[in-house]
Structure formats: structure tokens, C-alpha cells
Design a protein around this ligand. Structure first.
Ligand code: CA
Length: 242
């Protein structure tokens, strides 16, 4: 496995409210988490940093070798819940942080199986044999409208409510993260990212960077989004299965 991560505030925003972490367990399993914070002048930064730190700590504390799929699901849910309650409590303790929250997308790779959890519109993709496949489904108003046939994906890209998410971490006392399992092939590349990448780089653009075999594909993806306007914070983590 080769893991790279890169985050940048982009060309328009004054601060970076995204956060990420990547790591390796003692037995060689790899993990990564990406969060896109929201709320207030500083709330977004605080929410995403707290969520990444508490998710990571909880994941590392609860992980052990040879876990069953249901144990991995429980572990990922527990890590999301630990992060959720920490962000929620902090937002209630501090007036300036009221209403802050964050998306989360995370992966734990054990052997050749990738286990994902997410809430919100930060995404996971797999680039396999030249094809870019979106693994997560956004928890957002526009995604629901697409699924109900009320909107095409192309219309969704420019919809005024495209930033409204229906699940997030830290805004309520409990959260309902989604769980996905994906079997990796040799040379597959996983991408975790915030919407600052996907709103400023289309699938073809992402696929062409991932096809390059560059030294730091995460940084190259962020550069591409900045070339296309960089109107939001941009975060990418790329994990190559080799
Ligand atoms: Ca964003």
C-alpha cells in the first residue's frame, strides 16, 4: 500500500475547514479519515479537527487483528459515534461553536478488503482498470432528488441547495453512518475526498490524475481543483493497493 494525503484551503476561502489523517495499524492494516467542517468563523475548523482526532483515536484503540466483518462495522460505527459526541458536546459548551458540524468519510483496509463509513457528502472512489467508481452515496438533498428522478446529475452540479447535507457529525446527539464493503484488486487506487475536489474536478479529470502514477497523486488532485478555480477547501487521500 502507498498512501498520500493532501489538503489545501483553495484559492477563495480564508481558512481550511477540512482535516484528514492516515495511518497504519501494528499488523499492517491501513486506515484514513477525511472530514469537511462547517459552521461559523472557526466552528468548521474545530469540528473537522476534533472529529478526525477522536475518530482516529477510537479506531486505533478498538482495532485488533482478525476481526469479523460485523466487528469491523461496529468498530467504525463506534469511532464515528465517539467523534460525533465529542463535536456535539463541544458545540454546546462554547457559544461561538454552536451549530458546528462536519462530514466524515473513512476507510479501514484489512488484507484486500476495504471497509468504509461515511456521513454527508465527502466521498470515496475506487479507480480500477481505468474506471472511476464512486463507492459512497452522498447524504444530501440533491442526491435524494436524483434518486427520486427529480434532478439529473448534471442539474445537481449547479443546484442552489447542492451543499445541503442530510447527515452530519456533531449536529445531533446521535448519527447514522453508512457502512460499505469493497474488495480490492491489485493496483486499485482508493480516493477519499471532500466536495472541494469533486465540485472543481470532473470524473475524467480525477481519473486522468489517478492514471498518471505520480509520486503524490493526492497533491496532484488538489492542484487540479485549484487550476479549475479552487472555490472551496480541497482534501484528497489516495491509497494505492500495491
Ligand atoms: Ca467543502
Amino acid at each position: 500500500m502507498n498512501m498520500t494525503g493532501f489538503s489545501d484551503k483553495g484559492l477563495v476561502r480564508s481558512s481550511n475547514q477540512d482535516a484528514f489523517a492516515i495511518g497504519t495499524m501494528d499488523d499492517g492494516s491501513h486506515w484514513a479519515v477525511v472530514c469537511d467542517g462547517m459552521g461559523g468563523a472557526n466552528g468548521g475548523n474545530v469540528a473537522s479537527r476534533l472529529a478526525v482526532d477522536h475518530f482516529s483515536a477510537s479506531l486505533k484503540a478498538g482495532y485488533r487483528s482478525n476481526m469479523s466483518e460485523s466487528s469491523v462495522k461496529n468498530l467504525l460505527e463506534a469511532a464515528v459515534n465517539a467523534a460525533n459526541i465529542r463535536v456535539f458536546d463541544k458545540s454546546r459548551e462554547t457559544k461561538e461553536l454552536n451549530g458546528m458540524g462536519t462530514t466524515v468519510v473513512a476507510v479501514l483496509i484489512i488484507g484486500s478488503t476495504a471497509y468504509f463509513t461515511h456521513a454527508g457528502d465527502s466521498r470515496a472512489y475506487c479507480f480500477s482498470n481505468g474506471e472511476l467508481l464512486q463507492i459512497t452515496r452522498d447524504h444530501s438533498i440533491v442526491q435524494s432528488m436524483i434518486e427520486n428522478g427529480k434532478l439529473t446529475p448534471e442539474e445537481a452540479r449547479f443546484h442552489p441547495r447542492k451543499n445541503v447535507i442530510t447527515r452530519a457529525l456533531g449536529v445531533e446527539e446521535s448519527v447514522n453512518p453508512e457502512f460499505n464493503v469493497y474488495d480490492l484488486n491489485p493496483d486499485d487506487k482508493l480516493l477519499l475526498c471532500t466536495d472541494g475536489l469533486t465540485n472543481y474536478t470532473d470524473n475524467e479529470g480525477i481519473a486522468s490524475v489517478l492514471a498518471e502514477n505520480s509520486e503524490n497523486p493526492a497533491e496532484r488532485l488538489v492542484e487540479t481543483a485549484n487550476k479549475n478555480g479552487g472555490g472551496d477547501n480541497i482534501t484528497a487521500v489516495v491509497i494505492e493497493n500495491k
